[in-house]
Design a protein around this ligand. Structure first.
Ligand SMILES: C[S@@+](CC[C@H](N)C(=O)[O-])C[C@H]1O[C@@H](n2cnc3c(N)ncnc32)[C@H](O)[C@@H]1O
Length: 254
C-alpha cells in the first residue's frame, strides 16, 4: 500500500484527515515509527492499527506531537498578561477564550492562572480543545511533573498547585475554570464570539492551504476587536488578507 492510500484509509477508518498536514514531515514521522516496530508495508501497519488500540494510540501520539508546558515562552505570556488582557478587559468584563489544540492543558490553565491573579472575582469562559482524546483526559486530570511547571513562579506554584514529590496537581479552583472537549481544526466547525483565540505550535504541521483555512475561520470566530495569539516561531505573513491587524509578532486583532 502506498502512503496516499494509507492516508485515505486512515481518514475512512479513524476520521483523521492527514491530508491537512505537511506531507514530508508527517511521512518521516510515521516511517520512523513503523521502522521501530519492524513494519515495512503501510497495509500491514494499518491492520495492526485496527487490531491493537495501543498501537493506534502510539500512532496518534506521533501524528499529533503534544509537547506543551505552562507559560510556554514566558516572555510572550508576560505580554499577554501586561498588555493584551488589560486591553481586552477595558472593553469587556467577562471574556470568552478558546485554547485551540490545547494538548495537556498547560496552555489554558496558564491563562486561567493569569486571569485569576488579575481579578479573582470575575469568572471567564475558557474553552480548550484538541484532537487527541488521551491528552484531553490528561488535561482534565491536571497532574504534571516538574518539567512542565519550570516557568511557573514559586508564588504561583504555591498558590495554584498541590505538590507531592515531583508531581504538581492543578488546584480545583483553576481546573474548574477550563472546559475541555474534542475538536478537529481541520474538520469540525468553529464557535463564534471569542475575545481571544490561542492557537500555538500546531499550524506549523499543516499545509499552507490548511493554515489559510484555519486563519480565515479564526477571524470569523473572533468577536470584533478579538485577538488571535499564535506560537513563538510562527508568522502569519498574510494577516492583512485574512482581515487582521498586527499588534505584535504573536498577537493579531480583528
Ligand atoms: C505541540 S502541541 C501544542 C500545545 C499547545 N498549544 C502549546 O503550544 O504548548 C500540538 C497539539 O495539536 C494537536 N493537534 C494536532 N492536529 C490537530 C487537529 N487537526 N485539530 C486539533 N488539534 C490538533 C495535538 O494533539 C497536540 O496536542
Amino acid at each position: 500500500m502506498n502512503f496516499n492510500e494509507f492516508k485515505r484509509k486512515i481518514y475512512q477508518k479513524f476520521d483523521l484527515n492527514l491530508d491537512g498536514y505537511k506531507e514530508k514531515q508527517l511521512k518521516r514521522r510515521i516511517d520512523t515509527l513503523m521502522q521501530g516496530l519492524n513494519f515495512t508495508d503501510y497495509g500491514d501497519y494499518l491492520q495492526a492499527l485496527q487490531k491493537d488500540e495501543k498501537q493506534l494510540l502510539r500512532f496518534l501520539d506521533k501524528v499529533t506531537i503534544n509537547v506543551s508546558e505552562f507559560f510556554r515562552n514566558p516572555e510572550i505570556f508576560k505580554i499577554l498578561e501586561d498588555d493584551i488582557f488589560p486591553k481586552l478587559l477595558a472593553n469587556k468584563q467577562r471574556l470568552k477564550i478558546w485554547s485551540a489544540a490545547c494538548s495537556n492543558g498547560c496552555e489554558p490553565y496558564s491563562v486561567a492562572i493569569i486571569l485569576e491573579d488579575l481579578n479573582p472575582r470575575i469568572s471567564h469562559r475558557i474553552e480548550a480543545t484538541d484532537i487527541d482524546r488521551k491528552i484531553l483526559a490528561a488535561a482534565k486530570a491536571g497532574v504534571y511533573n516538574s518539567r512542565f511547571v519550570k516557568n511557573v513562579t514559586p508564588e504561583r506554584l504555591r498558590k495554584y498547585f498541590l505538590k507531592d514529590n515531583d508531581q504538581y496537581t492543578i488546584c480545583e479552583n483553576i481546573r474548574n475554570k477550563v472546559s475541555f472537549k474534542y475538536h478537529d481544526l481541520l474538520l469540525d466547525s468553529y464557535g463564534t464570539g471569542y475575545d481571544l483565540i490561542i492557537c500555538r505550535n500546531v499550524t506549523i504541521y499543516f499545509t499552507s492551504e490548511s493554515q489559510d483555512m484555519i486563519y480565515t475561520k479564526f477571524y470569523q470566530s473572533l468577536a470584533p476587536g478579538g485577538i488571535l495569539f499564535i506560537g513563538a516561531t510562527e508568522n502569519m505573513l498574510r494577516y492583512r488578507e485574512f482581515g487582521f491587524t498586527k499588534i505584535s509578532p504573536w498577537f493579531y486583532q480583528k
